[in-house]
Ligand binder design. Sequence first.
Ligand SMILES: C[S@@+](CC[C@H](N)C(=O)[O-])C[C@H]1O[C@@H](n2cnc3c(N)ncnc32)[C@H](O)[C@@H]1O
Length: 206
Amino acid sequence: MHDAHHRYPPPPSAAELGIKEPTHRPGQLRTGDDLPKLKRFRFQLLADHVTRVVAPCRVADIGGGKGLLAYLLMNAGYQATVIDPQRQSLPDKYKDLVTGRQVRIPPGSVVPHRTCPFVADMAVDFDLLIGMHAHGCNFQIIDAAAASRKSFLLLPCCVIDEPAVPPHGTHWLLWLASHAERRGFNPHFFRLNFKGQNIGLYAASA
Ligand SMILES: C[S@@+](CC[C@H](N)C(=O)[O-])C[C@H]1O[C@@H](n2cnc3c(N)ncnc32)[C@H](O)[C@@H]1O
């Protein structure tokens, strides 16, 4: 038995996605910041990426889980709210990737939380809709951002449980991007430095 919905063509190359990769001389050892991080550091890497592409604003962390991304963004001056039907506590610590040190999250810390599924109407309260591993919500986020003229940023792990499946032979990342283009966006791919599916899609409000 196999599920055809979960069999995707190979991922497009960075060049096909328009991602500029750092260049390494042949034989040059990759060290320190160059080395890909573990997937669990995606929160820190994405928060850092957001600070590079969008000025502080109102952010919805859709499917935000424990809320670490929202917490890091709040510390960076953003107003962040987790929208997730499941309420979870913040972790008690995280690693600061710049200093390499563990940072304790003070006991009792919370991030604003809407404990319900994301619906399109909520977009009006935010400037940027983020979906990191927002299972089954990627299309909804793009559509809500288009309807309310907001920006969006997706870091999907897959497109399982989205309302449609990619056309045969089209990689799902390109399929998501083409959906965003049909909604009037000019999306750009980016890559974060962690192991696994590390390609995201960002589009400023149309
Ligand atoms: C795979 S977890 C990702 C959590 C976190 N963003 C991360 O990267 O680890 C998916 C999250 O999406 C939430 N979720 C599922 N359906 C949702 C919906 N309709 N609206 C908002 N969040 C949803 C789940 O409760 C879960 O916390």
